[in-house]
Design a protein around this ligand. Structure first.
Ligand SMILES: [Cu+2]
Length: 138
């Protein structure tokens, strides 16, 4: 049973994070479920330079309403989620006033969302960490 020792160490390591659906360091996960109105409501807040949560799990073929805002600041931000294969095409400028974005994901997959802004020749906000992933599951 030599093989069982590395397995045990590995499994204990995973157990330390809770369960198999492990959040990476710096990752905040929100798993949506349909509300009484049949819509998956998701609140995302952004700032310099993050989205929180930065990983959102939704069910396919159920309407999603994202409510997205950013902390009040002089720096403009945006929210882009382009996944035509899943029927999603979002490109919105953001403000501290929450913006509602509705779509119905039609295909399972992992789709990146991010802020497209950048100041002149500096790193884009996405490169600074203002990005996340929408996981669409069956
Ligand atoms: Cu930004």
């Amino acid at each position: 049973m030599k093989a069982s020792v590395p397995c045990l160490v590995f499994c204990l390591g995973l157990a330390g994070y809770g369960h198999a659906d492990v959040a990476q360091p710096g990752e905040t996960v929100y798993r949506a479920s349909p509300a009484a109105d049949g819509v998956q409501h998701v609140r995302i807040e952004g700032g310099a330079y993050f989205f929180k949560p930065n990983r959102v799990v939704v069910k396919s073929n159920v309407p999603v309403e994202l409510t997205v805002s950013v902390a009040r600041s002089m720096v403009p931000h945006s929210f882009v989620l382009q996944a035509p294969e899943a029927g999603i095409a979002v490109d919105e400028d953001l403000s501290s006033e929450p913006k509602k974005i509705r779509f119905t994901p039609t295909a399972a997959g992992s789709y990146p969302f991010y802020c497209r802004n950048r100041l002149l020749f500096f790193e884009s906000h996405r490169e600074k960490g203002m990005e996340g992933v929408l996981d669409v599951v069956e």
